[in-house]
Design a protein around this ligand. Structure first.
Ligand code: GLU
Ligand code: MG
Length: 425
C-alpha cells in the first residue's frame, strides 16, 4: 500500500513540481489535469474537479516521469461529486468487477506502432524502409528504442520483446505482463513513454490501426491468463504437448469466441479498426481458435518448457491500440469467465487459415466472420447481456453512446476520423 504521505515524500525526493493526474476516457484517450506539487495533498485526498466528476488519483500508481523535467504521473479513477466511484468510469468499474469475481488476470499488451516522419510536402510516411525482423530496422531505430527502453525501465516496466515488425518503420515493443489493473495502467504509461521519447528524437509515432494504406496494420494483441489462489485457472499440468490448456482453459476460449462480436466493439473500437480486421493480415478476421494460428481470433501460444504454468495463456488478436485498456481487460475476463461458468466448448483447434476455407467449410465448423464494421460490433455489444452486466448498465450505456456518435461523425465526414485518430493515437 502506497500512502499519500509516501507519494509526497517521493515527489519531494525527486524534485517533482508538476504532477499529471490522468484517466482514460471511453474513447481510449488519456486525459487529465496537472497539479502543482504543493497542491498535491489536497488532490490526493479529494481529487481534482473536471466538470461533473472528480479525477481521483490512485497513490499506488505514482511514477516520476523520465521523459518530462520535474514531472510525475498518477493514474486516476473518476468519482462523482459526492465522492463515490463513478459507475461510468472504466478503471473503477474494472476494479469493482475484479473484486466481485475474486480472480485476477495477468495480461500483456503486444503493442505495434509505426515510427513516422513528415516529408517536405507535409505527407506522413514511415520513418525508414526496414522489413520484418530486419537488422537495418534495428539500427535505424536504435537510439530512440534505447532511450524508450531506459524510460520504461525507470518506471518499472521491463522489456519483454522487441523487433522491427513487418511494415517499414513498424515496431513491436512489448513490456512484461502485469497483474490485474497494473496491466492496463502500464499500457497507458507505455504509450505515453513511446510517444514522448520519440518526440525528443524528432520522430512521430502512430498507434492507429492502419496508419498507412497497403501496409500492415498496428495490432495490440492481448495475452491473458486468469489466476485464483495463486494458480493459473487455464493451466492443466496433465494436458498434452506444448499447449497446456486444461478444461477450464478450453471453456475460457469458448467464452471469448461466443462473445467475440461484442468484444471487438471494445477491443477494436474505432471505425478504422475494421480496416485492419481483414483476412490475410495476421490481425484475424474470423471467430475461431488455433494453436499458434496467426489468422485465428484466439491463438493459444506454446508454453515455455521451464515455466509451463506461468506461460499458459490465450492471445486475443482482434485488439488494437485505440482500445481503452481497462475496458478491454474487463470485457475479455468477463467473456472468459462466462465460458468457464457455462462450460462452453470452443470445438477443436483450427490448424489452417480460416480464410482459406470456403463458406460451407466455415459454416460446418461453426466459424463466423467477426463484425466488419464498428456499427455491427456495437450492435453486438448492445445485445450482449454478460458484458453489459460486467461493465455495469451506466458504463455500457455511455460507452455505446460515445462510440455510436464516433461512428456517425466519421461516416458523415470521412476526414473526421482520420484527423481525430492522428491527434489521439
Ligand atoms: N500486424 C498484425 C496485426 O495487425 C500482427 C502481426 C503479428 O502477428 O505480430 O495484428
Ligand atoms: Mg506483431
Amino acid at each position: 500500500m502506497t500512502t499519500p504521505a509516501a507519494v509526497r515524500q517521493r515527489v519531494d525526493a525527486a524534485d517533482v513540481d508538476l504532477v499529471r493526474i490522468v484517466f482514460v476516457n471511453n474513447s481510449g484517450v488519456p486525459r487529465g489535469r496537472v497539479v502543482d506539487s504543493e497542491k498535491l495533498p489536497g488532490a490526493l485526498e479529494r481529487g481534482v474537479p473536471a466538470g461533473e466528476v472528480r479525477v481521483v488519483p490512485d497513490p499506488e500508481t505514482f511514477t516520476v516521469l523520465p521523459y518530462a523535467d520535474r514531472a510525475g504521473l498518477l493514474l486516476a479513477d473518476l468519482h462523482t461529486l459526492d465522492g463515490d466511484p463513478w459507475a461510468a468510469g472504466p478503471r473503477a468499474q474494472l476494479k469493482r468487477y475484479l473484486d466481485e469475481v475474486d480472480a485476477v488476470p495477468k495480461m500483456a499488451f503486444e503493442s505495434e506502432f509505426y515510427y513516422a516522419r513528415e516529408t517536405d510536402d507535409g505527407e506522413r510516411v514511415p520513418f525508414d524502409d526496414s522489413t520484418c525482423f530486419a537488422t537495418d530496422g534495428m539500427q535505424s531505430a536504435h537510439d530512440v528504442v534505447l532511450d524508450t527502453v531506459d524510460a520504461l525501465k525507470a518506471q518499472g516496466m521491463g522489456l519483454a520483446t522487441y523487433y522491427p515488425e513487418y511494415g517499414p518503420g513498424q515496431q513491436e515493443l512489448v513490456i512484461d505482463h502485469g497483474t490485474g489493473v497494473e496491466a492496463p495502467d502500464n499500457h497507458v504509461r507505455f504509450k505515453e513513454t513511446v510517444r514522448a521519447v520519440a518526440a525528443d528524437h524528432g520522430i512521430e509515432v502512430s498507434f492507429r490501426p492502419t496508419p498507412f494504406a497497403e501496409m500492415p496494420g498496428n495490432g495490440c494483441h492481448v495475452h491473458l491468463s486468469l489466476w485464483r489462489d495463486g494458480e493459473n485457472v487455464l493451466y492443466d499440468p496433465a494436458a498434452d504437448g506444448p499447449y497446456r490448456l486444461g478444461e477450464a482453459g478450453r471453456h475460457f476460449v469458448g467464452g471469448l469466441l461466443e462473445h467475440a462480436p461484442a468484444l471487438v466493439a471494445v477491443t477494436a473500437p474505432t471505425v478504422e479498426s475494421y480496416d485492419r480486421l481483414v483476412p490475410g493480415m495476421w490481425a484475424s478476421a474470423f471467430a475461431c481458435w488455433g494453436h499458434d494460428n496467426r489468422e485465428a481470433a484466439v491463438r493459444v501460444p506454446s508454453v515455455s518448457r521451464d515455466s509451463p504454468e506461468a506461460t499458459t495463456r490465450v492471445e486475443f488478436k482482434p485488439t488494437d491500440n485505440t482500445a481503452n485498456p481497462y475496458l478491454a481487460q474487463l470485457a475479455l475476463v468477463a467473456a472468459g469467465i462466462d465460458g468457464i461458468e457455462r462450460e462452453l466448448d470452443p470445438g477443436g483447434p483450427l490448424d489452417r487459415d480460416p480464410g482459406s476455407l470456403d463458406d460451407d467449410e466455415r459454416a460446418a465448423r461453426g466459424i463466423e466472420r467477426l463484425p466488419t464494421t464498428l456499427s455491427e460490433a456495437l450492435d453486438a455489444l448492445a445485445d450482449d447481456d454478460v458484458i453489459a452486466e460486467a461493465m455495469g448498465e451506466q458504463l455500457h450505456g455511455s460507452y455505446l453512446e460515445v462510440k455510436r456518435s464516433e461512428w456517425e461523425q466519421s461516416t458523415e465526414d470521412g476526414e473526421w476520423e482520420s484527423e481525430y485518430l492522428d491527434r489521439a493515437f
